[in-house]
Design a protein around this ligand. Sequence first.
Ligand code: XUL
Length: 523
Amino acid sequence: MSNFLGIDASTQSMTGLVIDTDNATIVAEVSVNFDEHYGEHYGISNGIIDLGDGQVHSNPLMWAEALEQLCRQLRDAGVAIESIRAIAGSGQQHGTVYLNDTVAPVLAGLDAGRELAVQLETVLSRATAPIWMDTSTGDQCRQIEAGVGGREALLQLTGNTAFERFSGPQIRRFWQTDPDGWERTSTICLVSSFVSSLLAGRLVGVDAGDGSGTNLMDIRSRQWRQLALDATAPDLARRLLPIADAAAVVGDLHPFWVRRHGFSADCQVLPFSGDNPSSLIGLGLVQPGQVALSLGTSDTLFACMDEARVSATGEGALFASPDGVHYMALICFLNGSLAREAVRDRYGLDWEGFAWALANSPAGNNGALMLPWFAPEIVPHVGTPKVIRHGLDEDDTEANVRAVIEAQALSSRIHSQWMGLPINSLNVTGGASTNRDILQIFADVHGCPVQPFETTNAAALGAALRAAHGHAQTNGTPQGWSEVVAPFTSPPVATRVEPNPAHRRIYDELLSSYRTVEARHAG
Ligand code: XUL
């Protein structure tokens, strides 16, 4: 059996997903919910500790406990733990874990007779870890940008301007607010590298995918950049491990996991990546121009890019792909289902009625447009909610339903142009992806085939696929990425929606009027 485990250490839970590559099947998927297991003990709610003033943390010891619980749940789910050949993983991006100089010997000497979390109690130089939801670092963002020569300089260097949630600003704030804690800190991990270190029994670096969420890594050379480190905190270089090659096995699991949880002694560990870069692999996006759009409360677009191009207007984040060569764009449109549901409710429809309205209105809506900013929008930036109707009669139900979907499709085309490459395939996931009229509009606007795409946990699946790829590489049977991901990520061709060439011209025209109307009202 060729079984591989992907672990996703996310904000509210830790998920384990096992794939069998011989049979191209997902063998098991289990999840440890943090609130359910540890809410009281660690004082968390929704996986987080709210310390006030925008400071949002979590507890690394809780992640250690969850990792052991995950192994027990996998065994209870019938997984033959000893058959797992390699493990890779992903972590919520940006969170930082601060460790003192006892960490290396403690990890090396882990005792299979005692709980992991208990053995780690003395290795933290900071009791809790700030995570991506922390918004307390606005000042530090501006200081780091100034330190590297301005916002544009940081963007070009690292692929992103300074974001409050990114690791560099978190690190700078710790150095400024707790100099003693900073002195006690010998190593800083991200959530991803902390969990992989626990498995390997030694400190493992972050991969370039997660490294690109720090504001510290040169996005092109995929190495830490001294200029950015110096702008962040003193002596930071010696506290960061070198960037790890995401595709290379770091070694075997520490015997702790073999003796205590029944893994095979030659089960290999790979560096973990961030949850979004890992999802890129789990969504099968390993060739430039392949794009996925997740239709949730917000709509999130993931794209595989050939080069490190940046969004000058801050319309997306840029990360390195864990495939080692490509890049990923992440663009979040806040008014996703939020806007679709607002229109559905405004016209007293259910989803069936919504679909009927789409099917009974013409492509291009006779030129009528809506800017569906029911809540403040991220892309494009819109500070105050407003719904603008342009040539659109508010009482016309069908036209309003069509207008919200066309707006979302047009906006996704306009605001992904900074990627500098055409979208040649679009996999659409999430609830609304079952509606073929919605898919048709996206296919016509982008001029490419669109497929509905069922996902399980894309981050954990991407991690399991990375484990399979890395294992094959290390054991002398390397496989291409497309070969590894295709059996798990190719939607059936029969479900594909092809673009209608007659609609293409209509949408090209509508695109330019949408752009004009949008420019008038955004900001
Ligand atoms: C991405 C981001 C979140 C986290 C948590 O930049 O902040 O998606 O990765 O999942």
